[in-house]
Design a protein around this ligand. Structure first.
Ligand SMILES: Nc1ncnc2c1ncn2[C@@H]1O[C@H](COP(=O)(O)OP(=O)(O)OP(=O)(O)O)[C@@H](O)[C@H]1O
Ligand SMILES: [Mg+2]
Length: 277
């Protein structure tokens, strides 16, 4: 997506002025964020910068203390994860939560198995042929190569497992997919496989948000890069028009070294003591 299209079209998902604290920790301060259909936004920042918290606000797991949530240009009320799920916001968490002893079809449909005969039927049976057909179509749409739909996922590679976890999030009517560190545990070839899948999500018109600590991956797959620092939006960059050095400077606040929120808090406390003393 070009910068012009981003500037003119209505974002699919938009947060305005979102703040969230956990006790004394201000995890998010007045963050504005947006992602468009057919766009991949990279979410980067140092440990503790607020990336996961921001994604959890998007998925409805955390309710912000302040701020607005818009989907399709309309302001929405979010009171839990069911609301974003209902708009079509799907999340893939880092720990994947796949069931290793179940096969691919079972993992794709876990918790939403197709029931044949309708709810009135006393003895419910899972509609296996329907699920298998839908699973095959889903994997084909996104060119996900799995040796067999009936193989246990515990036997599969990290890249295949991540692909299955992403595919599972697409069962239903996903329009935005949130990925928290999808390549963190993967080797080179498996990372390439997952990044290719992210590109196909974009080609299918989905909005994608990817948290990553790997700037090479971010530059390879993202249209825009959203940098967070100490719970604030530090800047948004067009990937095509920026360099890794600029992004690192935004992440670190131009210090050249990565600073944690804890370190910043210590320095602030020390400054306070100096001022008082
Ligand atoms: N449930 C929680 N309870 C208390 N504090 C929290 C909670 N979740 C996050 N925090 C704090 O909020 C801040 C932001 O955390 P967050 O997990 O969003 O960072 P992050 O950018 O995802 O970091 P990382 O790269 O390490 O995953 C941190 O200071 C963290 O300790
Ligand atoms: Mg995190």
């Amino acid at each position: 997506m070009t910068a012009t299209a981003t500037a003119t079209s209505t974002p699919l998902l938009e947060l305005r002025g979102v703040s969230k604290s956990f006790g004394a920790v201000q995890a998010l301060s007045e963050v504005d964020f947006d992602v468009h259909a057919g766009e991949v936004v990279g979410l980067v920042g140092d440990n503790g910068a607020g990336k996961s918290t921001l994604v959890k606000v998007m998925s409805g797991i955390h309710l912000p203390d302040a701020g607005r949530y818009l989907f399709d240009g309309r302001e929405r009320r979010v009171s839990g994860p069911n609301d974003p799920a209902g708009f079509g916001v799907a999340t893939v968490y880092q720990d994947l939560a796949l069931c290793d002893n179940l096969d691919v079809v079972a993992n794709l449909f876990i918790g939403r198995e197709e029931i044949s005969g309708g709810p009135a039927r006393l003895i419910r049976e899972l509609d296996e042929p329907a699920m298998e057909k839908q699973a095959a179509e889903l994997l084909k749409t996104f060119s996900i190569n799995i040796p067999s739909l009936r193989a246990e996922v515990g036997m599969m590679s990290g890249g295949q497992r991540q692909s299955i976890a992403i595919a599972r999030s697409l069962v239903g009517d996903a329009r935005v997919v949130l990925l928290d560190e999808p390549t963190a545990a993967l080797g080179v070839a498996q990372t390439a496989q997952v990044l290719a899948l992210v590109r196909r999500l974009r080609e299918q018109g989905l909005g994608v948000v990817v948290i990553s600590h790997n700037l090479a991956d971010v530059f390879e797959v993202c249209d825009r890069i959203f940098v967070m620092r100490l719970g604030r939006k530090a800047g948004v960059y067009d990937a095509a028009g920026s360099t890794p050095e600029e992004i690192v400077a935004a992440i670190t606040g131009g210090r050249g070294t990565v600073r944690t929120q804890a370190a910043a808090a210590r320095d602030a406390a020390a400054d306070g003591e100096e001022a008082a003393g």
